[in-house]
Design a protein around this ligand. Structure first.
Ligand code: IMP
Ligand code: MG
Length: 336
């Protein structure tokens, strides 16, 4: 039985899509299941010359042998799901849980029309907050109520647990980041749900005794979209100069940028019970290592940075992203 969970360690946009897609290719999970909030997330996968920006479909879909599932905790926007099914061609191996809650137009209007959510908090305007609020009020529509989705409906917790019990490999993909958690983040500048590894497991119906590894993903620098503190925040000009300036996958907004935050990383490891860390975009900080696939290709400073991170967070950094492609990765898992 092997069940791996993957979550973001900062404020989202750590590069979870890239790490999940790599793990899906290498570890060949029989099940890739998406957890997390909903369509507010955007996970980027680059593989075989194509770029996918996924808001619903698990990033492991590029592994053609995997079943592709979405857990009951996740919010579904049927229009976005349909579009992504077309883009990814996973229609015949995708299943969603009967109890996924449905984002309706009214939720999107409420999110976008709210001077508090959209204005003050800087929400993504995707309707996730209002939909989760209605869910808490026990009035939300569920996937099983939508005829257009009938073809995809299954019992996801049963499928996932059956796979685990039969000794198959399951990969659970969390969304957002630890410090966007409703419980553990920088409240009120957070998303509408917890985002830790425990929540990711609850989202798909897996209990804590079933989990073998928790991967926490950090980017080599931190970014944040929307409002809320970002310690060490750089000016836009400085971020551009360093090559750290990014725009958001879902909303196209500017991402604010700051250096790698060791204190937050340490706390993220604690909150998630993480056993292994992944660090993405090392090539952005050290362009010499662009595309590297072995540790001896890292410049001295890059290696020193990785060792310093390990010293602070007390778990091994076993995956290092060196470029946007799913396979641009230094994989040290055999060495730890
Ligand atoms: P909401 O989740 O759309 O309500 O937005 C609440 C806060 O979380 C805002 O600051 C958003 O920018 C942020 N947020 C939500 N999802 C993501 C994500 O996937 N990546 C980065 N930021 C996110
Ligand atoms: Mg994102």
């Amino acid at each position: 039985m092997t069940c791996h969970v993957l979550v973001g360690g900062f404020f989202g946009d750590e590069g979870k899509g890239k790490i999940v897609s790599y793990l899906a290719i290498k570890d060949k999970p029989s099940v890739c299941v998406r957890a997390g909030v909903g369509t507010n997330a955007g996970h980027t996968v680059e593989y075989k010359g194509k770029t996918y920006k996924l808001r619903q479909i698990p990033s492991g879909f590029i592994q053609e042998k995997s079943k592709i599932l979405i857990g009951p905790g996740v919010l579904i926007n049927p229009d976005i799901l349909k579009k992504e099914v077309e883009e990814t061609g996973v229609g015949d191996r995708l299943k969603i849980d009967r109890q996924c809650a449905i984002i309706e137009e009214k939720h999107i209007e409420e999110d976008r029309g709210s001077s508090f959510l959209k204005g003050k908090i800087g929400s993504t305007g995707t309707g996730c907050g209002p939909c989760n609020a209605e869910r808490a009020m026990r009035r939300v529509k569920l996937a099983k109520d939508i005829p257009d989705l009938a073809h995809y409906i299954t019992d996801v917790p049963l499928e996932v647990n059956t796979a685990i019990n039969e000794g198959e490999h399951v990969l659970i993909e969390g969304t957002q980041g630890t410090f966007l958690s409703l419980y553990h983040g920088t409240y009120p500048f957070v998303t509408s749900k917890d985002t830790s590894a425990s929540q990711a497991c609850a989202d798909v119906g897996v209990g804590p005794t079933k989990v073998d590894e928790v991967f926490v993903v950090f980017k080599s620098f931190t970014t944040r979209v929307g409002a809320g503190v970002l310690p060490g925040e750089l000016s836009e000009e400085e971020a551009k100069k360093r090559g750290w300036f990014e725009t958001a996958t879902v909303t196209g907004r500017k991402r604010r940028a700051a250096p790698f935050n060791f204190e937050l990383a340490k706390r993220a490891v604690m909150l998630n019970g993480a056993t292994k860390a992944a660090i993405t975009k090392l090539d952005v900080i050290y362009p010499e290592c662009s595309g590297a696939r072995s540790i001896d290709k890292l410049p001295e400073e890059g290696l020193t940075f990785i060792r310093k991170v390990e010293e602070v967070i007390k778990i091994p950094v076993c995956l290092i992203g060196t470029g946007p492609g799913a396979l641009d990765m230094i994989d040290l898992r055999d060495e730890v």
